[in-house]
Design a protein around this ligand. Structure first.
Ligand code: AMP
Length: 338
């Protein structure tokens, strides 16, 4: 399908390291990708190069990359409308990363809170340099497609700021080159919390899996986790993230999946207990996750087709990415081959 240059562009990638996407990935990011296909020329994919920052057995890595891609399609990303690709199949991303590495101050990169968190958890020696330059590869992912909008969760806001800084800096130094992208973060769902520790965000790297809803897990296991979600010692169902983070998180999830506003849910649940709220959340999560899981497994059963979709996506992505890299290389004074 020809690239339609009249529409604004959207780009977003998800990592593939845990195999299954979790409910936070879905509500915070992936769910926004689907309607954006209408209005935007969208580039969506799996950040398998970013995933290399974590050690993983190669066969498992290959499998999880495909599981990741199948989930994008199962969620409703349509490869006839959007470019769906694997980051590693578009080598221009790493070419642009090097140029951006050389434009990023060490101090600025050192201030990235996600790196500081991950490095402090891994220990200074275990954290690799890839983890340090992770946000710069992410900046390249975005800038290479001249993306206008980047649908992500709240945890990516600082990386988006860095991306914008780099675009502005490059444009100021070498002339207009990059579109300065805007984050597309839906505040209400931008940070889904861990069910067992509702003061922390839901994350695949959580200390315990008790509060993590992986979309591909056995539905019964997820129902059990939701029913054991940590709440508080009161009895009233009200939304207050400060004093009732657990209940507020459950209301956020239910609101996002049911389409009812948090206010309407609070009215509905007046006089009812936390058990009722958890049962409703469990039901709405299952209503989404059960068919999502079936569809993902179905797509994984048609691997050749899935790999063909990704190869086609990579080709379409490269057509755009190569243009940006040629422009950037020429502007910084590299000699392009004749
Ligand atoms: P990752 O695979 O970690 O890069 O995450 C994929 C997308 O999910 C990114 O846009 C993240 O910002 C988003 N995300 C991750 N965790 C959460 C969460 N707990 N709540 C909302 N969005 C999230």
């Amino acid at each position: 399908m020809p690239i339609d240059s009249r529409r604004p562009r959207a780009l977003s990638l998800a990592q593939s390291t845990s195999g299954s996407l979790h409910l936070g990935n879905y509500l915070g990011a992936l769910r926004q990708w689907v309607p954006m296909q209408e209005e935007y020329e969208a580039f969506y994919g799996i950040a398998d190069l970013h995933a290399l920052t974590l050690e993983q057995e190669p066969a498992a890595r290959r499998e999880q990359t495909l599981v990741g891609a199948a989930q994008l399609l199962a969620a409703g990303v349509d490869p006839r409308r959007s470019v769906v690709f694997l980051q590693s199949q578009v080598p221009e991303h790493t070419q642009l990363t090097w140029v951006l590495n050389c434009l990023t101050g060490f101090g600025q990169a050192s201030r990235m809170t996600q790196f500081k968190d991950k490095a402090s958890r891994a220990g200074a020696d275990a954290a690799n340099v890839g983890l340090f330059t992770y946000p710069i590869l992410m900046a390249a992912d975005i800038l290479i497609y001249q993306a206008d909008k980047v649908p992500v969760g709240e945890d990516q806001r600082q990386h988006l700021e860095l991306t914008r800084d780099l675009a502005v800096r490059f444009n100021a130094r070498y002339g207009p080159t990059f579109t300065v992208p805007e984050p597309h973060i839906i505040t209400a769902v931008g940070r889904i919390q861990d069910l067992a520790d509702p003061t922390a965000k839901m994350s695949k790297s959580a200390v315990s899996p008790a509060g993590l809803i992986n979309l591909l897990d056995e539905p019964a296991a997820n129902v059990k986790k939701i029913k054991s979600a940590v709440t508080d010692s009161e009895r009233t169902i009200v939304f207050d993230e400060e004093s009732k983070p657990g209940v507020s998180n459950l209301l956020t999830i239910l609101s996002a999946l049911s389409g009812s506003s948090v206010g309407a849910l609070v009215d509905d649940f007046a006089g009812r207990g936390y058990g009722d709220l958890k049962a409703a959340v469990a039901e709405s999560v299952s209503a989404f996750a059960v068919p999502f899981r079936e569809r993902t497994l179905e797509l994984l059963g048609e691997r050749t087709e899935l790999e063909a979709v990704l190869a086609d996506g990579a080709e379409r992505a490269r057509a755009v990415a190569a243009e940006t890299v040629a422009d950037v290389y020429a502007k910084v004074g590299l000699i392009l081959p004749r």
